[in-house]
Design a protein around this ligand. Structure first.
Ligand SMILES: [Zn+2]
Ligand SMILES: [Zn+2]
Ligand SMILES: [Zn+2]
Ligand SMILES: [Zn+2]
Length: 272
Protein backbone atom coordinates (compact mmCIF):
# COMPACT_ATOMS: atom_id res chain seq x y z
CA UNK A 1 0.00 0.00 0.00
CA UNK A 2 1.20 3.47 -0.88
CA UNK A 3 1.56 5.19 2.49
CA UNK A 4 2.37 8.55 0.91
CA UNK A 5 -1.04 8.79 -0.71
CA UNK A 6 -3.41 11.21 1.03
CA UNK A 7 -7.04 10.19 0.97
CA UNK A 8 -9.85 12.66 0.28
CA UNK A 9 -11.07 12.29 3.86
CA UNK A 10 -7.62 13.06 5.23
CA UNK A 11 -7.36 16.05 2.96
CA UNK A 12 -10.72 17.29 4.11
CA UNK A 13 -9.88 16.93 7.77
CA UNK A 14 -6.50 18.62 7.13
CA UNK A 15 -8.39 21.47 5.43
CA UNK A 16 -10.74 21.75 8.41
CA UNK A 17 -7.86 21.76 10.87
CA UNK A 18 -6.19 24.62 8.99
CA UNK A 19 -9.51 26.42 8.81
CA UNK A 20 -9.86 26.43 12.60
CA UNK A 21 -6.63 28.49 12.67
CA UNK A 22 -8.58 31.16 10.80
CA UNK A 23 -11.38 31.31 13.35
CA UNK A 24 -11.87 34.85 14.66
CA UNK A 25 -11.36 34.80 18.47
CA UNK A 26 -14.19 37.33 18.93
CA UNK A 27 -17.07 36.21 16.67
CA UNK A 28 -15.74 32.67 16.04
CA UNK A 29 -16.55 32.92 12.30
CA UNK A 30 -13.94 31.73 9.81
CA UNK A 31 -12.10 34.85 8.69
CA UNK A 32 -11.74 35.91 5.08
CA UNK A 33 -9.46 38.66 3.73
CA UNK A 34 -8.71 41.31 4.86
CA UNK A 35 -7.46 39.65 8.04
CA UNK A 36 -6.04 41.93 10.72
CA UNK A 37 -3.78 41.44 13.71
CA UNK A 38 -2.57 43.45 16.67
CA UNK A 39 1.05 44.59 16.81
CA UNK A 40 1.86 41.34 18.66
CA UNK A 41 0.29 39.09 16.04
CA UNK A 42 -3.14 38.25 17.55
CA UNK A 43 -5.65 37.75 14.78
CA UNK A 44 -8.94 39.68 14.29
CA UNK A 45 -11.55 39.57 11.57
CA UNK A 46 -12.48 42.66 9.54
CA UNK A 47 -15.99 42.79 11.03
CA UNK A 48 -14.82 42.67 14.67
CA UNK A 49 -11.85 45.02 14.34
CA UNK A 50 -13.84 48.31 14.11
CA UNK A 51 -15.75 47.31 17.26
CA UNK A 52 -12.57 47.01 19.36
CA UNK A 53 -10.32 49.61 20.96
CA UNK A 54 -7.68 47.13 22.06
CA UNK A 55 -6.57 43.56 21.41
CA UNK A 56 -8.64 41.21 23.61
CA UNK A 57 -5.60 38.95 24.12
CA UNK A 58 -2.82 41.45 25.01
CA UNK A 59 -4.54 44.87 25.31
CA UNK A 60 -2.37 46.30 22.49
CA UNK A 61 -4.03 49.40 20.99
CA UNK A 62 -2.60 49.17 17.47
CA UNK A 63 -4.79 46.72 15.53
CA UNK A 64 -4.06 47.94 12.01
CA UNK A 65 -1.58 45.33 10.74
CA UNK A 66 -2.67 42.89 8.08
CA UNK A 67 -1.78 39.20 8.30
CA UNK A 68 -0.93 38.30 4.72
CA UNK A 69 0.03 34.69 5.47
CA UNK A 70 -3.42 34.13 6.96
CA UNK A 71 -4.99 35.87 3.94
CA UNK A 72 -3.11 33.67 1.47
CA UNK A 73 -4.06 30.58 3.45
CA UNK A 74 -7.70 31.72 3.43
CA UNK A 75 -7.64 31.93 -0.36
CA UNK A 76 -6.39 28.33 -0.65
CA UNK A 77 -8.75 26.64 1.81
CA UNK A 78 -12.22 25.20 1.30
CA UNK A 79 -14.85 27.04 3.38
CA UNK A 80 -18.26 25.72 4.33
CA UNK A 81 -21.09 27.36 2.38
CA UNK A 82 -22.60 30.41 4.12
CA UNK A 83 -25.85 28.41 4.33
CA UNK A 84 -24.26 25.54 6.27
CA UNK A 85 -26.68 26.05 9.19
CA UNK A 86 -29.60 25.72 6.77
CA UNK A 87 -28.26 22.34 5.61
CA UNK A 88 -25.84 23.01 2.74
CA UNK A 89 -22.98 20.50 2.80
CA UNK A 90 -20.89 22.20 0.10
CA UNK A 91 -17.31 23.27 0.86
CA UNK A 92 -15.80 25.68 -1.57
CA UNK A 93 -12.94 28.16 -2.10
CA UNK A 94 -13.71 31.77 -1.25
CA UNK A 95 -13.33 32.93 -4.86
CA UNK A 96 -16.19 30.61 -5.91
CA UNK A 97 -18.41 31.32 -2.91
CA UNK A 98 -20.43 34.17 -4.47
CA UNK A 99 -21.22 32.07 -7.54
CA UNK A 100 -22.39 29.16 -5.38
CA UNK A 101 -24.35 31.36 -2.94
CA UNK A 102 -26.42 32.74 -5.81
CA UNK A 103 -27.65 29.24 -6.71
CA UNK A 104 -27.33 27.45 -3.35
CA UNK A 105 -30.53 25.39 -2.81
CA UNK A 106 -30.42 26.46 0.86
CA UNK A 107 -30.13 30.19 0.22
CA UNK A 108 -32.57 32.82 1.45
CA UNK A 109 -35.48 33.61 -0.86
CA UNK A 110 -37.46 36.81 -1.09
CA UNK A 111 -41.24 36.61 -0.97
CA UNK A 112 -43.16 36.33 -4.26
CA UNK A 113 -45.05 39.45 -3.23
CA UNK A 114 -42.60 42.25 -4.06
CA UNK A 115 -43.99 44.54 -1.33
CA UNK A 116 -43.42 41.88 1.38
CA UNK A 117 -40.16 42.06 3.33
CA UNK A 118 -40.16 38.36 4.29
CA UNK A 119 -37.04 36.29 3.58
CA UNK A 120 -36.64 32.60 4.24
CA UNK A 121 -35.54 29.15 3.11
CA UNK A 122 -37.36 26.98 0.59
CA UNK A 123 -38.94 24.82 3.32
CA UNK A 124 -40.45 27.86 5.05
CA UNK A 125 -41.53 29.62 1.88
CA UNK A 126 -44.62 27.53 1.13
CA UNK A 127 -45.83 28.01 4.70
CA UNK A 128 -45.35 31.76 4.37
CA UNK A 129 -47.05 32.03 0.97
CA UNK A 130 -50.01 29.99 2.18
CA UNK A 131 -50.33 31.59 5.61
CA UNK A 132 -49.64 35.22 4.83
CA UNK A 133 -50.76 35.56 1.22
CA UNK A 134 -53.30 32.78 0.85
CA UNK A 135 -51.41 31.36 -2.14
CA UNK A 136 -50.99 27.80 -3.43
CA UNK A 137 -54.14 26.95 -5.37
CA UNK A 138 -52.77 23.87 -7.06
CA UNK A 139 -53.43 21.73 -3.99
CA UNK A 140 -57.20 21.67 -4.53
CA UNK A 141 -59.26 20.67 -7.54
CA UNK A 142 -60.08 23.76 -9.52
CA UNK A 143 -61.78 22.79 -12.75
CA UNK A 144 -62.86 26.27 -13.74
CA UNK A 145 -59.60 28.08 -13.87
CA UNK A 146 -60.08 31.25 -15.87
CA UNK A 147 -59.43 34.95 -15.93
CA UNK A 148 -62.53 37.04 -16.44
CA UNK A 149 -62.68 40.47 -18.02
CA UNK A 150 -59.47 39.69 -19.85
CA UNK A 151 -58.72 43.12 -21.28
CA UNK A 152 -55.90 42.93 -23.82
CA UNK A 153 -55.33 46.69 -23.74
CA UNK A 154 -53.86 46.63 -20.22
CA UNK A 155 -50.99 44.85 -18.49
CA UNK A 156 -51.77 42.16 -15.94
CA UNK A 157 -49.46 40.03 -13.81
CA UNK A 158 -50.07 37.24 -11.37
CA UNK A 159 -47.63 35.21 -9.30
CA UNK A 160 -48.70 32.30 -7.18
CA UNK A 161 -47.38 29.19 -5.48
CA UNK A 162 -48.04 25.62 -6.51
CA UNK A 163 -47.88 23.02 -3.78
CA UNK A 164 -47.27 19.67 -5.46
CA UNK A 165 -45.27 16.47 -4.85
CA UNK A 166 -44.21 17.92 -1.48
CA UNK A 167 -42.26 20.54 -3.40
CA UNK A 168 -42.78 24.22 -4.06
CA UNK A 169 -43.30 25.61 -7.55
CA UNK A 170 -43.97 29.18 -8.60
CA UNK A 171 -46.57 30.07 -11.20
CA UNK A 172 -46.04 33.23 -13.23
CA UNK A 173 -48.55 34.79 -15.58
CA UNK A 174 -48.17 38.03 -17.51
CA UNK A 175 -50.31 39.82 -20.04
CA UNK A 176 -48.03 42.33 -21.73
CA UNK A 177 -50.10 44.93 -23.62
CA UNK A 178 -47.00 46.57 -25.11
CA UNK A 179 -45.45 43.39 -26.50
CA UNK A 180 -48.99 42.13 -27.19
CA UNK A 181 -48.05 38.75 -25.75
CA UNK A 182 -49.13 36.45 -22.99
CA UNK A 183 -46.46 34.67 -20.94
CA UNK A 184 -46.84 31.74 -18.53
CA UNK A 185 -44.02 29.93 -16.71
CA UNK A 186 -43.64 27.48 -13.83
CA UNK A 187 -40.48 27.49 -11.74
CA UNK A 188 -39.19 24.86 -9.35
CA UNK A 189 -37.86 26.17 -6.03
CA UNK A 190 -34.78 24.19 -5.04
CA UNK A 191 -31.61 22.96 -6.70
CA UNK A 192 -31.05 23.79 -10.37
CA UNK A 193 -30.61 20.10 -11.27
CA UNK A 194 -33.90 19.03 -9.70
CA UNK A 195 -35.89 21.51 -11.86
CA UNK A 196 -35.31 19.06 -14.72
CA UNK A 197 -37.25 16.35 -12.86
CA UNK A 198 -40.57 18.18 -13.31
CA UNK A 199 -42.52 19.15 -16.39
CA UNK A 200 -45.35 21.63 -16.82
CA UNK A 201 -47.93 21.85 -19.53
CA UNK A 202 -50.19 24.87 -20.04
CA UNK A 203 -53.34 24.95 -22.12
CA UNK A 204 -55.13 28.15 -23.10
CA UNK A 205 -58.56 27.05 -24.32
CA UNK A 206 -61.54 28.52 -26.08
CA UNK A 207 -64.74 28.57 -23.98
CA UNK A 208 -66.17 25.50 -25.75
CA UNK A 209 -62.86 23.68 -25.49
CA UNK A 210 -62.75 23.17 -29.27
CA UNK A 211 -59.58 25.20 -29.81
CA UNK A 212 -56.49 25.61 -27.68
CA UNK A 213 -52.84 26.46 -27.55
CA UNK A 214 -50.59 24.29 -25.44
CA UNK A 215 -47.01 24.39 -24.31
CA UNK A 216 -44.80 21.90 -22.50
CA UNK A 217 -41.42 22.36 -20.82
CA UNK A 218 -39.29 21.25 -17.89
CA UNK A 219 -39.93 23.52 -14.92
CA UNK A 220 -37.59 26.49 -14.92
CA UNK A 221 -34.92 26.82 -12.26
CA UNK A 222 -35.64 29.60 -9.78
CA UNK A 223 -32.18 31.12 -10.09
CA UNK A 224 -33.35 32.75 -13.33
CA UNK A 225 -36.02 35.46 -12.96
CA UNK A 226 -39.41 35.33 -14.72
CA UNK A 227 -38.29 38.47 -16.60
CA UNK A 228 -35.28 36.58 -17.99
CA UNK A 229 -37.39 33.52 -18.81
CA UNK A 230 -39.83 35.71 -20.76
CA UNK A 231 -37.01 37.44 -22.61
CA UNK A 232 -35.48 34.12 -23.60
CA UNK A 233 -38.95 32.95 -24.79
CA UNK A 234 -38.42 29.61 -23.06
CA UNK A 235 -41.88 29.70 -21.48
CA UNK A 236 -45.39 29.78 -22.95
CA UNK A 237 -45.46 32.89 -25.09
CA UNK A 238 -48.59 33.54 -27.18
CA UNK A 239 -49.39 36.50 -29.43
CA UNK A 240 -52.58 38.45 -28.70
CA UNK A 241 -53.94 37.58 -32.18
CA UNK A 242 -54.17 33.97 -31.02
CA UNK A 243 -55.61 34.94 -27.62
CA UNK A 244 -58.31 37.10 -29.25
CA UNK A 245 -59.44 34.01 -31.07
CA UNK A 246 -59.75 32.02 -27.82
CA UNK A 247 -61.54 34.63 -25.68
CA UNK A 248 -65.29 34.24 -25.43
CA UNK A 249 -67.72 37.15 -25.79
CA UNK A 250 -67.57 37.83 -22.01
CA UNK A 251 -63.76 38.05 -22.28
CA UNK A 252 -63.15 34.93 -20.20
CA UNK A 253 -59.81 33.25 -20.71
CA UNK A 254 -59.85 29.61 -19.79
CA UNK A 255 -56.67 27.75 -18.96
CA UNK A 256 -55.39 24.52 -17.53
CA UNK A 257 -52.09 23.37 -16.08
CA UNK A 258 -50.57 19.93 -15.68
CA UNK A 259 -47.50 19.37 -13.60
CA UNK A 260 -45.59 16.08 -13.83
CA UNK A 261 -43.04 14.49 -11.56
CA UNK A 262 -40.98 12.64 -14.18
CA UNK A 263 -39.03 10.47 -11.74
CA UNK A 264 -42.12 9.09 -10.03
CA UNK A 265 -44.44 9.21 -13.06
CA UNK A 266 -46.93 11.28 -11.10
CA UNK A 267 -49.09 14.02 -12.50
CA UNK A 268 -51.18 16.73 -10.90
CA UNK A 269 -53.51 19.03 -12.78
CA UNK A 270 -55.98 21.80 -12.26
CA UNK A 271 -59.05 19.81 -13.29
CA UNK A 272 -58.56 16.71 -11.17
ZN1 LIG B 1 -14.80 38.38 14.16
ZN1 LIG C 1 -2.73 41.14 20.84
ZN1 LIG D 1 -24.69 26.22 -0.30
ZN1 LIG E 1 -44.65 37.58 1.86
Amino acid sequence: MDQSKISTENLESFNDTLLTLLECPICTEFMSPPIFQCKNGHKLCAECKPLLTECPSCKEKNLDSRNFVAEELAEKLMYPCVNVDAGCQIKIQLNSMAKHSAVCPHRLHNCLESSCKWQGRTQEMLEHLKGTHNMAWMTAANPHLYYDNFDLSTDFEEHDAIDAFEELFLFHFKRDATKRRLFVAVQYVGSEEAAMNYRYQVFILSADGAKWVDFVSSTHKDTVSFEEIMNSKKCLCVDFEVIEDLLDTDLNLKFKINLSDLKNSAIINTDM
